[in-house]
Design a protein around this ligand. Structure first.
Ligand SMILES: [Zn+2]
Length: 281
């Protein structure tokens, strides 16, 4: 299995990283994509790479999350923060650890969080900046998108990238799967599939699996969004096993097949085996 989106640099995962990775390995997780929240956390992300546990490969993605963009009330301070992201990424590029950088993000638009036009404009500015950065560094972009579908679609159409876009924690309607896929998007589905109900997400998953079998993958988004089964306040990559179980019920596939197909898609999209120069699945 591959956890295509988590935040290993967040508490409480970062303080317990060896055990978190060991538990993930025990459940069969072979690689984890740890998405970035802000440039200030980048050193912590890079430090994750020094932990190696039983063949669980950690990959990182530097970025400025839309919630971090909302900490800014003016363009000037946002631009200063984006410049910090630029300079830290540029410094990372010349280190051996850059081989473990598999994407740019997470970036995107969150119009639930940003309610005013001014705040939404800052979200768009940071998003466009990072899409350009992803193309410059030849990386896919990891996208967080909430209540912004029209703008998201317009921006992806205007900013095509050969490296693609991962729409993480996809919870949009199935009707958007095709137009977004035509822009180069893949869809990552997560722990809400273990919750009660969630018919809309299940329909989207089925649509992606049926029409675009190479464009779906699975994630935990740990430590946020814990699975129902653990009854805990936070999640971790080991919980991906529960997501796989739920997906096997929705798609009527056996769990091994779900693990294999979703891992292959994540591996291909992020180029994980290529970055490691060997197979990780
Ligand atoms: Zn995330």
């Amino acid at each position: 299995m591959i956890d295509a989106h988590a935040h290993l640099d967040f508490d409480p995962l970062s303080g317990d990283i060896q055990q978190v990775l060991a538990r993930a390995a025990h459940q069969g997780v072979r690689a984890i994509v740890s998405a970035g929240y802000c440039p200030e956390n980048m050193d912590k992300q890079v430090a994750l790479l020094s932990h190696s546990v039983a063949d669980v490969h950690v990959f990182i993605a530097p970025g400025l999350h839309p919630w971090a963009v909302s900490e800014h009330s003016d363009r000037h301070s946002l631009q200063t923060r984006l410049a910090l992201l630029d300079s830290k990424l540029s410094a990372l590029k010349s280190t051996p650890q850059f081989a473990h950088v598999c994407a740019l993000g997470e970036c995107g638009l969150d119009y639930y969080r940003a309610s005013s036009n001014a705040e939404r404009a800052l979200h768009r500015e940071a998003f466009l900046h990072q899409l350009a950065l992803a193309r410059e560094y030849e990386l896919p972009a990891i996208i967080h998108a909430v209540k912004c579908h029209d703008d998201l679609l317009a921006i992806l159409r205007d900013n095509p990238s050969p490296f693609g876009f991962q729409l993480h924690g996809y919870s949009g309607p199935e009707s958007l799967i095709r137009p977004l896929q035509e822009c180069g998007a893949v869809f990552s589905f997560g722990t809400p599939l273990t919750w009660k109900g969630q018919k809309k997400i299940k329909r989207a998953l089925k649509d992606a699996y049926t029409h675009f079998p190479e464009c779906w993958m699975l994630e935990t988004d740990a430590p946020d969004r814990p699975v129902t089964q653990t009854n805990l306040e936070h999640g971790e990559p080991a919980d991906l096993r529960h997501v796989v179980q739920s997906v096997s019920e929705v798609l009527d596939l056996d769990e091994d097949e779900v693990s294999t197909l979703s891992a292959r898609n994540a591996d291909d999209f992020f180029g994980l085996s290529r970055r490691m120069s060997r197979s990780i699945c």
